[in-house]
Design a protein around this ligand. Structure first.
Ligand SMILES: [Ca+2]
Ligand SMILES: [Ca+2]
Length: 257
């Protein structure tokens, strides 16, 4: 009996340890992982934008449908495994956006800060709260966590279709649940408007464009094929994110305090 009790205590403590991966005395801090369908090749997400020297140093969503005004800028010389920029939102119990940050997508699926930190601090939410988390990349649909995430925890969007809100919000591809690509205008519906984005400029080379579905800095039929694959797919309604969805976030600049 003593052995059994010890066993369960051991498992219980392992679970706690596995969940609380980030510690910070002052701020709500979490760790995130997600794979994006267009970039995922079955083993990693290549950092082609860095290789081709086209990745914006500052997060690129200011003038997009998202209207995200953060000023996150790559400052470290080590950008080897950086794939692209994403936005992460902290949402309250009604799924209202209450905080946003620009993050870097890494080849291994980690979402890290512009300083390269995988423990992401949010300076403007209650540390003791638990929140829904949504991840957004222009070109892919947005996804929202199906559960609330507490301070210190890690949340991996890629290991189960149950991790996100809504029906069929992740595609399964080569061992990962990946965020579907093809929403080139960011309105959470993959339809002809996204095709038009592609059709208006479908022969670009060495450019950073939001309809570059596979992230190789070339616009061609391969990007169209991704759009065709996911055509008519509709994202989770509340994953829509525009500037008006975060009235408290508009003028917040995410400089480390
Ligand atoms: Ca769309
Ligand atoms: Ca491409």
């Amino acid at each position: 009996m003593k052995k059994i009790t010890f066993f369960f205590l051991f498992i219980f403590s392992m679970n706690i340890h596995a969940q609380n991966v980030c510690e910070n005395e002052d701020f709500y801090t979490i760790k995130l992982k997600a794979y994006f369908e267009g970039f995922w090749n079955g083993s990693n997400m290549p950092n082609t934008y860095i290789d081709k020297n086209v990745l914006p140093f500052m997060q690129p969503y200011q003038e997009t449908i998202y209207g995200y005004v953060g000023v996150e800028t790559i400052q470290t010389a080590d950008t080897d495994n950086v794939v692209d920029w994403a936005i992460v939102c902290i949402r309250d119990k009604t799924q209202q956006v209450i905080s946003q940050r620009g993050l870097l997508i890494m080849s291994d699926g980690r979402l890290v800060t512009y300083l390269g930190d995988e423990c992401i601090k949010f300076f403007d939410v209650e540390k003791t709260g638990s929140y829904f988390i949504s991840v957004h990349h222009l070109g892919h649909l947005g996804v929202m966590s199906s559960i609330k995430v507490a301070d210190g925890e890690e949340f991996d969007f890629s290991n189960s279709v149950e991790k996100v809100m809504g029906e069929q919000q992740l595609n399964y591809d080569k061992g990962k649940y990946v965020i579907p690509v093809g929403d080139f205008n960011g309105d959470q519906i993959i339809n002809n408007l996204d095709y038009n984005e592609w059709a208006n400029q479908n022969t670009a080379v060495n450019q950073y464009l939001f309809h570059d579905a596979d992230g190789n800095a070339i616009i061609n039929n391969l990007d169209y094929n991704f759009w065709t694959k996911n055509r008519s797919k509709i994202g989770y309604e509340r994953a829509k994110l525009t500037k008006k969805d975060c009235p408290y976030c508009q003028d917040y600049e995410y400089i480390e305090p």
